[in-house]
Write a protein that binds this ligand. Sequence first.
Ligand code: AMP
Length: 300
Amino acid sequence: MSLLVVGSVALDSIETPSAARENILGGSAVFGSFAASFFAPVQLVGVVGEDWPVEHTRLLERRGIDMSGLEVSKGGKTFRWSGKYMRNMNDRETLETQLNVLGDFQPKLPETFRRAQFVLLGNGSTVTQHMVIDQLAGADLVVADTMNLWINIERESLDRLLKRIDGLVLNDEEAKMLTDELNVVTAGRRILDMGPKFVVIKKGEHGAMFLSGYDAFLFPAYPTEGVVDPTGAGDCFAGGMMGYLASVGRIEPETIKTAIAYGTLVASFCVEGFSLDRLSAITKADLDRRLGELRQMASF
Ligand code: AMP
C-alpha cells in the first residue's frame, strides 16, 4: 500500500560546528517522504513558493514520490528554517523560522490521495493536520509528528488532534512539555490518556520508546560516529516507520517493531550528510545490512 505524507517543504540553512549550508532542501514532508520511499510508494502534499527550485521536485519524483500534491503558491515564498547545532551535535537552536506560504497553507488533497490508508501528518501546524484528516475517506492508520512550537502556540487544536489520530511521534522533551511530567514513561502514559492508541517517544542518540495500552518496546539508536547534520532525523524516523508499515499493510506488534527499527536506521543514514545527500546515495540493501548489525548489537 502507499503512504500519504503531509508536512513542510523547506529551504533550510544549517550551521554545525564544522560546516554550514544555505537554502538546502529540507522540511518534514521531504525527509518523511524520502525515508518512506525505501519501502512503499509515497504521495506528498505540501506547499512552496515561486522561489522553489524545480530540480528539488525532480529529485523527489525520481524516487517515485508522487508530487502532484505539491502546490506552488503564486507570488509566495517557500518556508525557510535555519538552525545551529551545538558541539555535541544533539542540541540545536532555531535561528529563524519564516513560515511564508506555509503560514496559511490550506491543503487540498487530490481525489486519489483521499483514499489513502496510511497517513503521516509530518511536523507542521495542527490546523493543517486537521484539514488533512477532514478530507480522508477513512484511513487505517493516521500518525502525527509534532514539536514544541505547536505545543506552545496551538495547544487547544493539538488536544483535539490527539483524539483524531492513531499514533503520535514526538521527542522526550516534547512529551514532558505536553504533559507537564518529568518522567518520560509517565509522560507517555499521559499522552495515551489524551487520545492516541500509541505513542513513539524519540530520545535522539538514545533511541526510541513505543508505548500502547498493551505493549512497551525499547529501541536503541544505531551508533553512528559520522554525524554531519542531524536535521531531518526525526522526520526520517517517522517516514521510515510509516513507509515500512504501509509496505506490509499490517499493524501488529512484530511489524511495529521492525518498522521502528527501520525508522531508526533511515535516521542513522540521514544524519551522515546534509539534506538528502547521504540518503540519496544508499539503497534498501544498506538499510538491511544495518538492520542485521542492530539486531546483533541489541540481542542478549
Ligand atoms: P527534524 O530535524 O526531524 O526535527 O526536522 C527538521 C526539519 O523540520 C527541517 O528541514 C525544517 O525545515 C523543518 N521544520 C522546522 N521547524 C518547522 C516547523 N515549525 N514546522 C514545520 N517544519 C519545520
